[in-house]
Design a protein around this ligand. Structure first.
Ligand code: ATP
Length: 629
């Protein structure tokens, strides 16, 4: 069983999930019953024992509703670990059953938590079976050679197994349900760091398990921490954890993953994203929230409407953090993190994750962090083994026919079976111009987009040409994942984070302008130890990418075409790739003296810097590793 965004979409669309209550699943959960009346003088009272022992089956208190807890202390979390070892609720309904201690939201007593594992779930009695089965997608043998680098004070040591980390029984059971037998390298290092309460900036390759690396410590911390009662009487919710991600699709995926990890822990995860009606999301929030997964725009909206307060945020995670701090999102992120009511750095714990971390973004991100640890973890196995990268010189006018040839050859060669999926990246501008539909992801459109007749050899269903709106993105991805439509044409909205199993081939029909975007795009294949192929169409419009692309391929032991090497040597370095310093930010910018001096930081692609990097192919200085090694 593999967890995936697309699975999540399946669940959403079939109503089998409670997915933040946007589906039939939540409708099934409850004919909402009125909470029992509790006299005001009793409302803030903790259950009989304070703090209560982990209640594995008892009915939750009425106070266990977000936003309706006790009076706010106006202060920060308490952070006690006195209930260390708390177990999750195993009764299948009320979560932790530890209601009242902190009144932090979470699962209300009358709501039934839908099993996010569906029919694949097992009960505790069959746990042992998991010992026999592992998530075979990960190439564990490659772990020993993973290059890792950390910097910062007193870095907690890594672990080798989940058993070494006491995450709590309920979370451990969910890890087994996910069939995660061993932590991935980024998990081995990042989880102990986060559990030690440290801030973290983590750079690890695509598909390496970063989602769990930031979710586990947050869930575990909320399971075990003691938090002040949350304010009552207002329709504002007070989450303890906040996970920000750049796209609706990624937020949905993180939410689905987090729901699996938090199943029966009592920790309730809710998602809020733009492009969907806010009312349903508000209803879900009002049912209680411990961890809010959100896109920045929708969160700002919720904050401005005073539907959400960040006053009690204890844990903040930014996924795709470099994207979140890029020009597009930075103002919103600053508003959320610095200008609303979130506790300041040092009082909250902040973790940032991405596969790429340009130095200028690192420097900006350091505003949000306190005495943080910088972690880079190389890829699982060698990149040559996992993603074969090819670059073809294709004139703009030849691209369509070239693509069709490629797809036909692929089919003729039998490379693309039902489960082998191909993701084609195009420029958003082109999509918008052609279809004027104001969204950035298409499916079913390939033949028309490419100027040919509908071709049933790879499109088996009626095209949804007139009906592909933002909300249909979920449908498109579901169809793609199922293999019914094994080719997905997408823009950069699909470049980051999406975990779609069986993507065997990524085609950059239009290359991005930024090498980091290329890294994220091709990272949709070759995930979790699987192999993949990435083909790029390069022409005179992509000259600014010649140097970084050649460098990246060389680093990854790929065959670099001579013509690309020639272009790379001609191009003025770093012209459009404005992100300075370091291969995908694989080096802590604090080590770079030019940054410490307040200098601009030389562009690594632009000829190297004063740090211990050398030029392309020159490798790193001693002790310095890359997330792309
Ligand atoms: N310990 C583990 N054992 C087995 N599989 C795992 C483990 N941790 C994560 N996975 C699986 O690996 C896949 C990739 O994980 P994830 O989506 O978190 O990667 P990522 O590092 O966030 O990638 P990206 O940089 O593209 O966002 C998922 O299918 C996930 O279920």
């Amino acid at each position: 069983m593999r967890t995936s965004w697309a699975d999540a979409v399946d669940n959403v669309s079939t109503g089998s999930s409670d997915n933040a209550g946007t589906t039939g699943g939540s409708e099934r959960q409850s004919a909402p019953t009125k909470p029992a009346y509790v006299p005001p003088h009793l409302r803030n009272r903790p259950p009989a024992s304070d703090p209560p022992a982990p209640s594995l089956s008892g009915p939750p208190s009425v106070n266990d509703r977000s936003g309706y807890g006790g009076p706010t202390s106006g202060s920060r979390w308490v952070g006690s670990r006195s209930d260390y070892g708390r177990q999750g609720y195993s009764g299948g309904g009320g979560g932790r059953g530890s209601s009242g201690w902190g009144g932090r939201g979470g699962w209300g007593g009358r709501e039934r938590e839908v099993n996010p594992f569906g029919k694949d779930d097992v009960d505790a009695d069959t746990e042992a079976a998991f010992n026999e089965q592992e998530n075979t997608g990960i190439n564990f043998d490659a772990y020993e050679d993973i290059p890792v680098d950390t910097s910062g004070d007193n870095v907690p040591p890594p672990v080798n197994t989940f058993a070494e980390i006491d995450l709590g029984d309920a979370l451990n059971l969910n890890i087994r349900r996910c069939k995660y037998v061993k932590p991935t390298p980024v998990q081995r290092h990042a989880i102990p760091i986060a559990l030690a309460g440290r801030d973290l900036m983590a750079c690890a390759q695509t598909g390496s398990g970063k989602t769990a690396a930031f979710c586990f410590p947050i869930i575990s911390g909320i399971m075990r921490g003691h938090f002040p009662q949350r304010p009552r009487g207002v329709r504002t919710v007070f989450p303890l954890g906040l996970i920000l991600s750049p796209t609706r699709e990624l937020s949905i995926q993180i939410h689905e993953e987090a729901r699996k990890f938090s199943y029966q822990t009592g920790v309730r995860v809710v998602v809020a994203y733009g492009g969907a009606p806010i009312n349903q999301q508000l209803r879900e929030l009002e049912r209680g929230v411990d961890i809010l997964v959100a896109t920045p725009g929708r969160l700002v909206d919720l904050l401005e409407r005073a539907k959400v307060s960040l006053q009690m945020i204890r844990y903040l995670a930014l996924d795709e953090a470099d994207r979140m701090l890029d020009m597009g999102f930075e103002p919103q992120i600053r508003k959320i993190v610095e200008q609303m009511d979130m506790p300041p750095r040092g009082e909250r714990q902040t973790v940032l994750f991405s596969a790429t971390f340009p130095k200028e973004i690192q420097r900006m991100a350091s505003d949000f962090l306190s005495n943080y640890i910088f972690l880079t973890v190389g890829r699982v196995g060698s990149s040559t083994d996992l993603i074969v990268q090819r670059v073809e010189f294709v004139h703009e006018s030849d691209k369509r026919s070239y693509l069709m040839d490629l797809l036909h050859a692929q089919r003729a060669n039998g490379v693309q079976g039902k489960q082998a999926l191909t993701l084609v990246f195009v420029k958003q501008r082109k999509v918008l111009t052609l279809w004027n539909i104001g969204y950035v992801l298409m499916v079913f459109l390939l033949p028309l987009f490419m100027g040919i007749e509908h071709n049933s050899c790879f499109l088996h269903h009626e095209p949804l040409l007139l009906n592909v709106l933002t909300r249909e993105r979920e449908l498109a991805l579901r169809s793609f994942k199922s293999g019914n439509t094994p080719i997905l044409v997408a823009t950069d909205v699909a470049a980051r984070g999406l975990d779609i199993p069986h993507v065997a081939h990524v085609i950059n029909f239009d290359l991005p302008n930024d090498i980091d975007d290329y890294v994220h795009r091709i990272g949709r294949t070759g995930r979790a130890g699987k192999t993949g192929l990435a083909t790029a169409f390069f022409n005179e419009n992509n000259m600014s990418l010649a140097k970084p692309l050649a460098g990246l391929m060389q680093e990854a032991n790929q065959e670099v075409p001579d013509w690309l090497t020639r272009f790379a040597s001609r191009v003025s370095y770093g012209s459009k790739n404005r992100r300075g310093g370091g291969r995908f930010g694989a080096r802590d910018f604090r080590r770079d003296s030019s940054f410490n001096r307040g200098g601009s930081g030389n562009d690594y692609y632009g000829g190297g810097n004063s740090g211990s990097y050398s030029g392309y192919g020159g490798g790193y200085g001693p002790g310095v590793t890359s997330a792309w090694d």
